[in-house]
Structure formats: structure tokens, C-alpha cells
Design a protein around this ligand. Structure first.
Ligand code: AMP
Length: 622
């Protein structure tokens, strides 16, 4: 069932949404039937269904799996075996997810047809937005979009991030002219592989066309704020280019130069003066409204881990609406926000029942305001919010039986999302925890609660408690020759500065006695800086890419705290309801109160002095 939607036809598109959501149950039934009928003879499904494309059998026999279980199949395809081991449709490329496995990005299968499914969802965003904001056809969108490195697998299949795949596709490059999606960034500037040149040129184009801009955005809030920071660092040069009517010499990418030669034809000192006067102002508060005065909203995802950027976005935008339009992943595009102008905290996504077959694993949500510990699987963190304990089943067999259908989820309950796609994923745990907030017709609407097992995230990085432990374990080895022990640690993502960075609080003591470390003399800064670097080097490749290539994460910092700091943290948690018996040091803290307690005990702080090594991963033929 591959639907299309004309973004110019608001009525037909919204009718389609009504039909899909009203008939959610029937659509899901058809989708599963279609996937099973087509793929029943793949090696993967044959092993469970013996050629019978039957829903009951599917639910009974096909296990709910995580990446590790399907990885061997994906690797076989990457090494040249035919797609039909998992999918009847040819796998056209592999999408590198920001989740990692063994330190490398997970690889998700994709097909040509799936690109059309994604395009359908993108097209639907246009009429939905037009329901709430008038006149978007009277101007342009300044969307700052970027591509990332891609590699070729031993079989010659391309492996790259889903958005790189989409931006490079003909669906995006030749997107049919429609009056609502006119952008300030020429395709060539988006498709430039040098992110710095790309960013510079896209901002330049956006500034030149500032009078036309009606909305600004990027995919995630972190990327948009990085652009604002880039503007802060480069506005003088941008203005000088506008003043003289020519782009700087360091822009060497031919596509960018060509595109700019059309947009930046004549010197425009009036515009340069105007931009300069705004950027030179005392404060950058509300700068977006000042530079792009007709902007009606900021289109960036601010749900999930991106919510940490809302205050900074509010500062720069002067309170423009923040719009999270869609919820998607490398595995599958899931759904859209039907009330895009709602407050960020109220955002819920309606899963579109034609995108995939969705199932939901109930997740225990013990919502009490007693304590501040968030437990999710094995992860523990302190939050600003109420105490929520999410325990998803790790026992797959039990989980298989418990998974419920899209239309069976209950209001107020939390679930982990499981998908069966047209691209060869069957009952695959996405790893996202969602809460049912309501229904649109018969389709549930979900709040994104959090990613399973992720404690730290600044950009697209997803660091779990285990990842952090592994990295800290490596780093603390450097302290051993000093006779120094790491007795406690925790962390938080500091996003007050752009880019954000990881902060680790470390409590140290000397081996063999209770002697504390009174001052920096005992831990030479070179060693501590080396510890910071070692942590970074030991984190996964998505972290290292963000830090070294994209520069979307700043240098990791270790703040050494005085003896007793972690006792004070424990006292806080216990005073807020944590059980003293069961208390475990949270490996990530979020509440301001907890951060402040540790902050007040900091005796020294160190940052890594060099970005960690990163190169696109390679796949060797097996
Ligand atoms: P990736 O696998 O790199 O494509 O990242 C997909 C993941 O990003 C999803 O599974 C979510 O965890 C997260 N994500 C995507 N869209 C949203 C959203 N609208 N709100 C919160 N998190 C999101």
C-alpha cells in the first residue's frame, strides 16, 4: 500500500489523514497482510512461518528482536548475498542509524519504494501546517540541511544516514514545484559534503533572501542552534560578502559557488549594513526575528532529548513557536504531529498506519512523585520531572506474547515501539518509549518519552549507561600509576553553551588510605586532560563523529569534586524519595538541584584538548 499525497491539495490530503486514522485497524491489517504475503518466502520469515503468511502465526512464531539478532542478515547482504534473505524487494542501500552496535552505526535496510513512503509523509506535513498557519505560500523556508559521509559496503551497496539518502535522492532534488515548499537553500549548498562550506552558503542565501523567509528550521534543535552559533562567529564575513556581491574565496565547492553566483549577483551595502547593525547589537536575544522579520515559526524537533534546547531557542527566537512536525527513524518513518503549534511539552505524534505494521510492548510506568530516579531497563538517572520508572521486558519470549496492536494501546500507558517494515525488519524493537496521550479518530497519538537505555545525548549521539561505564573504565586506568582511585562518577549534558558537551563529575581518592586529593597537585592536568580524551576515544563512533567531524559536540569535561560530594547527592535523592536501601548513584543527572550540589563541590575541572579519532567505518568482506 503505497499512498501518494499532493501537498498542494489541502482538502484531499486532510481527508486522507482522516481515512487512515479512522480505519487504522483495517489499514494495519492490510499492511501486515501485504508485508507477509510478499515476504513469506524470504529466508528469515520462512524459518518461522513455513510459507504461511498468517497473522496469528506471525504473532506466535516470529520473535521480537533487537539489532543484534538481525545484524548477521544485514551483514550478509552488505557482503553481497541477495536481498531476498530478508526482503523480496531489492535492498537498495543501508541506512546508518545513530544507534550503534559494537561501536559502529547500526545498518538498516532500505528500498527504492521506501523512499516514496518517506516522501508521502513529508508531503503530508505541508497541508497539516497550512491548516494552522496562513500564507506560507507567500514566501520561503530557510531550512539548514546537511549531508554526512557515506561508505560503500563490500557488495557495493551504499551505507549512509537516512537524511543524506533522502537529500541525494531524486525525490528531494527534483521535488515537484509546489508553492508551499520554496526554500532559500539551493540544493547544491545542501549537497555540499564540506559541512562548513555548506553551512556558510546556506546562511548566506538565507540572509540575502531574508525578506522572503516565513519559517526557519533544521531537523533537530541542536543543528539549528549550531547554525546560530556559526552565524555569531561568521556574520562579519557574511556581511562583507553581501556588501561586495561575491562569496569568499575559501568557498571552493563548485556547486556552492555556482548557486551563489545566481543568488549573490550584485553588491548590496544596504542589506549588509542592516544585518551588521542587528548582529552588532548588545544582545542576540530575539536575533531570529530581527534578521528574518517575517518568520512565523521555527521548524525543529524539540521533543525527546532535544527538549533541553528549548530555553536557548526561546532566547534567540524571542518566543516564536517551536514546531516539531514529525517522528521518524532510519528503520521507518512513523508519524506526524497533527497540532504543530501546540506547546513543545504537549507534542504528540500520530503514527500513520500505512507506514509499517506497528506493535507495542507495554512498559511499566510506575509514576510516583516519591523519588527522582528514572529507571529504564538498567539505566538510572535523576530528572527534573516526576519519578517515572520504565521497565521494559528483556525476556523476549514473554515480550512476544505481550505486544499489542496499534489500536489496542491504552490512554496514559507507555510502550516500546516495535515495527515490521516493507524493507525486511520483522518485529524489530526500535528502542523508543512512547506514551499514549490521546487518539485522532482511531489512531493513537504518542508523546515521545525517551530512548531506551540512553543517558546522555547532545546531538544525534546516544550514549547509554554501559557506554559511559566502558569509557570511564578505560580512562581511569590512567590514574592508577598515580595511586589514585575513582570512587564515584556521574554525568550530565551541558547544553548552556553551543555546541553542548558532556560533563563528568569525578570523586577521587588515594589508594590505600583515606587521604583525599586536596588540590590539583595530586592530579596533574595533563593526566586529567588525557582522561577526558580517553573517555571520548572510548565512546562510540556517532559520538566521535559529532565531536570530530560535525563539531556538534564540544570538548568533554571532567569536574573533580571534593570528598563527600556524592554523599550529598545521595542525601538529595533520598530526601526526594529514593530508597536508601536501593540507592544507586545515578550515572546521569538532570535536575538543576542535583547538578548544583555537585557543582558547589567542584575543586578542579579539565577538558580534552584534542578531538577523538574518527573515520567513517569500513566494512570488510567476510
Ligand atoms: P536514527 O536511528 O539515527 O534515524 O534516529 C532515530 C531516532 O531519533 C528515533 O528512534 C528517536 O529515538 C529519535 N527521534 C526521531 N524523531 C524524533 C522526535 N520527533 N522526537 C524525539 N525523538 C525523535
Amino acid at each position: 500500500m503505497l499512498l501518494s499525497c499532493d501537498p498542494n491539495d489541502k482538502e484531499a490530503s486532510m481527508n486522507l489523514v482522516e481515512d487512515l486514522t479512522t480505519n487504522a485497524k483495517q489499514v494495519q491489517k492490510l499492511i501486515l497482510e501485504e508485508i507477509l504475503t510478499k515476504n513469506v518466502d524470504t529466508e528469515y520469515l520462512r524459518g518461522f512461518l513455513c510459507g504461511r503468511p498468517d497473522k496469528e502465526l506471525f504473532k506466535k512464531k516470529v520473535p521480537i528482536v533487537s539489532y543484534e539478532e538481525i545484524k548477521p542478515y544485514i551483514e550478509r547482504i552488505a557482503n553481497g548475498e541477495p536481498s531476498c534473505i530478508i526482503s523480496v524487494q531489492p535492498i537498495s542501500e543501508l541506512l546508518t542509524s545513530s544507534g550503534t552496535s559494537g561501536g559502529h552505526p547500526k545498518l538498516m535496510p532500505s528500498t527504492d519504494e521506501d523512499l516514496d513512503r518517506k516522501t508521502f509523509l513529508y508531503n503530508l506535513l505541508v497541508p497539516v501546517m497550512n491548516q494552522y498557519v496562513d500564507g506560507l505560500d507567500q514566501g520561503k523556508g530557510m531550512y539548514l540541511l546537511f549531508i554526512k559521509p557515506e561508505i560503500s559496503t563490500p557488495s557495493g551497496l551504499m551505507a549512509r544516514p537516512v537524511l543524506t539518502s533522502y537529500y541525494k535522492s531524486s525525490n528531494f532534488r527534483n521535488r515537484p514545484f509546489n508553492r508551499f515548499t520554496v526554500y532559500t537553500s539551493p540544493n547544491e549548498t545542501i549537497l555540499c559534503s564540506d559541512n562548513k562550506q555548506s553551512m556558510y552558503c546556506q546562511l548566506l542565501c538565507g540572509l540575502i533572501q531574508r525578506e522572503d523567509v516565513l519559517r526557519v528550521g533544521a531537523v533537530f534543535a541542536s543543528a539549528f542552534l549550531r547554525a546560530i552559533k556559526f552565524l555569531e562567529d561568521n556574520w562579519k564575513e557574511l556581511c562583507s560578502n553581501i556588501r561586495k556581491g561575491g562569496v569568499s574565496d575559501w568557498i571552493t565547492d563548485p556547486g556552492c559557488r555556482n548557486a551563489l553566483s545566481i543568488i549573490l549577483r550584485d553588491p548590496n551595502s544596504e542589506l549588509a549594513d542592516l544585518i551588521e547593525s542587528q548582529c552588532n547589537g548588545k544582545s542576540w536575544e530575539g536575533i531570529i526575528k530581527k534578521l528574518w522579520p517575517r518568520t512565523k515559526y521555527i521548524d525543529v524537533i524539540v521533543t525527546g532529548s532535544m527538549a533541553q534546547y528549548i530555553p536557548t531557542l526561546d532566547f534567540y527566537s524571542g518566543g516564536l513557536p517551536l514546531v516539531s512536525t514529525m517522528y521518524a527513524s532510519s528503520e521507518c518513518y512513523f508519524g506526524i504531529n497533527l497540532k504543530p503549534l501546540c506547546k513543545p511539552s504537549d507534542v504528540s505524534y500520530t503514527l500513520l498506519p500505512n507506514m509499517a505494521y506497528f506493535e507495542f510492548l507495554p512498559v511499566e510506568n510506575n509514576n510516583t512523585s516519591q523519588s527522582q530516579t528514572i529507571q529504564l531497563g538498567r539505566s538510572t538517572q535523576v530528572s527534573d520531572h516526576d519519578h517515572i520508572e520504565y521497565c521494559s521486558k528483556d525476556d523476549d519470549e514473554e515480550a512476544d506474547q505481550e505486544a499489542v496492536d496499534l489500536v489496542e494501546v491504552k490512554l496514559g500507558h507507555c510502550y516500546e515501539l516495535v515495527v515490521t517494515t516493507f524493507t525486511g525488519l520483522y518485529r524489530y524493537r526500535v528502542g523508543d518509549i512512547l506514551e499514549v496521550m490521546g487518539f485522532h479518530n482511531n489512531a493513537p497519538q504518542f508523546r515521545f518519552v525517551q530512548r531506551r537505555n540512553v543517558v546522555l545525548s547532545v546531538d544525534t549521539d546516544k550514549t547509554s549507561e554501559e557506554d559511559l561505564l566502558r569509557a570511564v573504565t578505560q580512562a581511569k586506568l590512567l590514574l592508577e600509576p598515580l595511586g589514585c582511585l575513582l570512587t564515584e562518577y556521574t554525568s550530565y549534558a551541558d547544553t548552556c553553551s553551543i555546541p553542548g558537551h558532556y560533563v563528568l563529575f569525578w570523586e577521587l581518592k588515594m589508594r590505600g588510605n583515606n587521604q583525599l586529593l586536596p588540590d590539583q597537585l595530586y592530579y596533574p592536568s595533563t593526566i586529567m586532560e588525557e582522561c577526558c580524551s580517553r573517555v571520548e576515544e572510548s565512546l562510540d563512533s556517532v559520538y566521535r563523529r559529532c565531536r570530530s567531524k560535525d563539531k556538534s559536540i564540544g570538548a568533554l569535561e571532567i569536574r573533580v569534586v571534593d570528598h563527600g560530594a556524592f554523599d550529598a547527592l545521595m542525601d538529595l535523592c533520598v530526601s526526594q524519595g529514593s530508597s536508601l536501601n536501593q540507592y544507586k548513584t545515578p550515572r546521569c543527572i538532570k535536575s538543576q538541584e542535583a547538578i548544583q550540589i555537585l557543582e558547589s563541590k567542584v575543586v578542579a575541572s579539565f577538558s580534552s584538548k584534542k578531538p577523538p579519532f574518527w573515520e567513517p567505518f569500513t566494512m570488510e568482506a567476510k
